[in-house]
Design a protein around this ligand. Structure first.
Ligand code: PXP
Length: 247
């Protein structure tokens, strides 16, 4: 008999943005993020994540349709809460849209979305995405106030920002892990599906993967970086194995 308290499956969403970062460094079309999509599809990834940033520094508009045509895996489109990105999401109809904070000058997504402070800005965006059948996720810190804000907004999913966890060590990291675990349990109690991501590596993924309520991890930079040395198939498979071993 299966154990009702046992954790469910944990999906791995592979963020392919940084394949496009390398492509764009030379202005040509190599390496093509679509080739990464094909490899991830063939070797155990459960989804593709791509962030169309306002400055198009990695993924570009034309990549989205090509990614969608190349795979049956669900596409999780990371997007800022702007009218431009909303229109693009509605046009492309990705499986999911993860709303992230975005500052032009940041190197990566620094910190979670202030879903509580930006309630009024987010209401029409979340509701239009929900109405279009696109699964909305809010990229928030593991914080009760932000989780409550996500509930009020009607977001079916939250993704907890693990950047702080990834940057900390020792007792401080353990405390951050407890916070992510507690907020994951609270999310499920609220009827929200919890995901997590940012800064995850082979070394730090397992305590996060062991949180039984988490349903999905989104991992990018480290997997693409490791792929330089071992190939993308090997880096995705190794991450998948570590996640499975932690469940
Ligand atoms: N999840 C979200 C919402 C993100 O914005 C990012 C970074 O683009 C990731 C996950 C992946 O983070 P990393 O590239 O550090 O693995």
């Amino acid at each position: 008999m299966s154990d009702p308290a046992a954790p469910g499956p944990l999906r791995l969403g592979v963020n392919i943005d940084h394949v496009a970062t390398i492509r764009n460094a030379r202005g040509g079309d190599h390496p093509d993020p679509v080739r990464a999509v094909e490899i991830v599809s063939a070797c155990g990834g459960d989804g593709i994540t791509a962030h169309l940033r306002e400055d198009r520094r990695h993924i570009r508009d034309e990549d989205l349709a090509r990614i969608q045509a190349a795979t049956d895996l669900p596409l999780n489109l990371e997007m800022a809460a702007t009218d431009e990105m909303l229109a693009i999401a509605l046009r492309h109809q990705p499986h999911a849209a993860c709303i992230v904070p975005e500052k032009r000058e940041e190197r990566t997504t620094e910190g979670g979305l202030d879903a509580a402070g930006q309630h009024n800005r987010l209401v029409p965006i979340v509701s239009r995405l929900n109405d279009a059948g696109i699964r909305v996720s809010l990229f928030i810190e593991p914080d009760e106030r932000q989780l409550e804000a996500a509930r009020l907004l009607g977001a079916p999913v939250v993704e907890f920002h693990t950047g702080e966890y990834a940057n900390l060590t020792g007792d401080a990291q353990a405390a951050e892990l407890r916070k992510i675990a507690a907020m994951s349990a609270l999310a499920v109690d609220m009827g929200i599906e919890p995901h997590a991501g940012h800064g995850l590596t082979y070394e730090n993924v397992q305590p996060i993967a062991a949180i039984p309520q988490l349903a999905e991890l989104n991992i990018g930079h480290y997997l693409i970086g490791e792929a330089i040395f071992t190939g993308l198939e090997a880096s995705v498979r190794r991450m998948r194995d570590l996640m499975d071993a932690a469940r």
